[in-house]
Design a protein around this ligand. Structure first.
Ligand SMILES: C[S@@+](CC[C@H](N)C(=O)[O-])C[C@H]1O[C@@H](n2cnc3c(N)ncnc32)[C@H](O)[C@@H]1O
Length: 313
C-alpha cells in the first residue's frame, strides 16, 4: 500500500513571529506547540517513562483492556485521522482492531512524524498511510483533500486536548466535526481532575525530565533563532491551578536580565514568568458538555485511574 509524506508550508516563520509577539506580551508566553523540535520530541517520550507521569501508561492500559468494546462501539471505520500523532505508537492498537484502509497522521514535528509513519507503513502494509508535517491548528482544513471517502474516525489521544482552553476546545472539536463528516466519529483521551498533589508530582518529576523539556524551549530558540537565553538563569515552575482546572507550566527568570531574539531585546525582571503550557484537566460530564456544543453526541465512555476516553458520533 502507498506511503506518502507531505510537508505543508514550514512553521519556521510562525516560530519567529509567535516568539517575538509572545515575549512582547504581558505576561510573556510562548505556545506549547514549539516544544516539539527533535530534542523536545525525545524529551516528551522520556516524560512518558517517568514514574510520576502515569498518564500515558494509564491511557495505554485503558485502551488495551477496553479495545474490543471501543471497536464494537465505532461500528467500523474506513479512515483514521490523528492530529498531533507524535511517535504514532498509540494508533497501532486501533489499526489492528479497526483495520481501516487509510490512516492520516499529522504533526508539527514533521521529521519525527515521517520516521514514525514510515515504520507504520512497513508494519501495516494493508493500510494506505499519509503523514503530513503541519500545524493542524492553522491548516486542518487543508488536509481534507488527502482523505479517502468512507467513514472517518478522528483520534486525539494523550490528553493533548488539555493544551487548549475550554473555549478553544469547543472551536477545535467543531472543526474535527466538519473534518469527520456527518457519519464520522471522534475518539478522544483526556486527563481527569484529581488530587492536586498527584498532578503536581507528575509535572515535577524527580529526575527533572519535565524541567529539561520546558527549558529545551529556550535552547531551541537559541539554536533556531540565534537567541541568547542562559538556561541556568531560568527555573522550571509547574503547579496545579484548581480555579482554572489546569496545570500551568512556566519558566521563571531567576534575576533581572536582558535576552535577545533575532536582534530584539526583551527585559526579564527577577521572578518574572514566561508561560509555556497549560494542561487542562476535565470531568467526563464537563467534557461531554463542551463536545455537545461542537456537534458531537457521546456514544461511549471509559475511565481508568483518573484518565477518560470518550467516543463521539
Ligand atoms: C503531548 S504530544 C502527544 C503525542 C501523541 N499523540 C501521544 O498521545 O503520545 C503532542 C504532539 O502534538 C504535536 N503538536 C502539538 N501542537 C501541534 C500543532 N498545532 N500542530 C501539529 N502538531 C502539534 C507535537 O509535536 C507532539 O508530537
Amino acid at each position: 500500500m502507498p506511503f506518502c509524506y507531505l510537508n505543508f508550508p514550514s512553521a519556521r516563520d510562525d516560530l519567529l513571529a509567535d516568539v517575538l509577539a509572545g515575549l512582547a506580551a504581558c505576561p510573556k508566553s510562548i505556545p506549547p506547540k514549539y516544544f516539539y523540535d527533535e530534542a523536545g520530541c525525545q524529551l516528551f517520550e522520556a516524560i512518558c517513562r517517568q514514574p510520576e507521569y502515569a498518564l500515558c501508561r494509564i491511557e495505554q492500559a485503558l485502551m488495551a483492556s477496553r479495545l474490543g468494546d471501543i471497536a464494537a462501539a465505532t461500528g467500523g471505520v474506513d479512515c483514521i485521522v490523528e492530529p498531533g500523532a507524535g511517535d504514532c505508537m498509540k494508533v497501532r492498537r486501533l489499526l489492528e482492531v479497526l483495520r481501516p484502509s487509510q490512516l492520516v497522521v499529522m504533526d508539527i514535528a514533521g521529521n519525527a512524524l515521517a520516521t514514525a509513519a514510515e515504520k507504520l507503513a512497513v508494519d501495516y502494509p494493508g493500510v494506505a498511510i499519509t503523514a503530513i508535517g503541519m500545524d493542524f491548528v492553522h491548516d486542518l482544513e487543508a488536509a481534507a483533500p488527502h482523505f479517502s471517502s468512507g467513514r472517518r474516525l478522528v483520534y486525539y489521544p494523550g490528553s493533548s486536548i488539555g493544551n487548549f482552553s475550554p473555549a478553544e476546545v469547543a472551536g477545535l472539536l467543531a472543526r474535527f466535526r466538519k473534518l469527520a463528516g456527518d457519519n464520522g466519529l471522534l475518539l478522544i483521551g483526556f486527563d481527569l481532575k484529581k488530587d492536586p498533589e498527584l498532578l503536581h508530582r507528575a509535572y515535577n518529576d524527580a529526575a527533572g525530565v519535565t524541567a529539561a523539556f520546558n527549558l529545551n524551549l529556550l535552547a531551541r530558540l537559541n539554536r533556531e533563532l540565534g537567541a541568547d537565553f542562559d538556561l541556568s538563569r531560568f527555573r522550571h515552575y509547574a503547579f496545579y491551578n484548581p480555579v482554572e482546572g489546569r496545570i500551568e507550566m512556566h519558566l521563571v527568570s531567576l534575576e533581572d536580565q536582558l535576552v535577545h531574539v533575532s536582534g530584539k531585546g526583551f527585559q526579564f525582571n527577577s521572578g518574572e514568568t514566561l508561560h509555556t503550557e497549560n494542561s487542562y484537566k476535565f470531568r467526563c460530564d464537563e467534557f461531554s458538555k463542551i463536545a455537545k456544543t461542537a456537534g458531537w453526541d457521546l456514544s461511549g465512555e471509559w475511565e481508568k485511574d483518573g484518565f477518560g476516553v470518550q467516543l463521539y458520533a
